[in-house]
Design a protein around this ligand. Structure first.
Ligand SMILES: [Fe+2]
Ligand SMILES: [Fe+2]
Length: 146
């Protein structure tokens, strides 16, 4: 497994949780449970993606602009998550903001899987991409267990 496959695996989890959340209604136990799982998954994924993958991409001059762009989008997503925590889950405001986050995250992961990975494959060796998968996986397991 390389880092691209490993990140895509996480994106699948993220998509599943977001899709499940979009089907929940009101301030329900199910919405709370899924939102907690979604928040943990999205935040830990973004933090470790920056630490392991984007740090490597940044070390190549041609990767810096794309890496910065992605990190800005991570910050935007975490701002929306923090704002969601302040809203009543049963309100239309919560649902509107969640839908915006869902849409933006989908755009973000699609861009990663297409444009960012294509660029990274040119700049990062296959060997390094396999090492990064192991590193990411180890850190992610630690983060989820903590
Ligand atoms: Fe990302
Ligand atoms: Fe990602």
């Amino acid at each position: 497994m390389d880092i691209y496959e490993r990140l895509i695996e996480d994106h699948g989890k993220q998509r599943g949780l977001a899709g499940g959340l979009a089907k929940t209604e009101g301030d329900s136990a199910e919405r709370r449970r899924l939102f907690d799982a979604f928040k943990l998954e999205v935040e830990s994924h973004a933090a470790l993606e920056e630490q392991v993958f984007y740090a490597e991409l940044m070390s190549h001059a041609e990767g810096q602009e794309q890496a910065r762009h992605s990190i800005i989008e991570h910050d935007e997503a975490s701002t929306l998550i923090e704002e969601l925590l302040e809203l009543d889950m049963a309100s239309s405001g919560w649902l509107n903001k969640f839908n915006k986050l869902h849409h933006e995250l989908e755009h973000h992961v699609e861009e990663e899987e297409k444009d960012v990975f294509r660029l990274a494959r040119k700049l990062i060796s296959d060997k390094r991409a396999r090492e990064m998968a192991e590193e990411f996986d180890r850190l992610k397991k630690e983060a989820m267990a903590a």
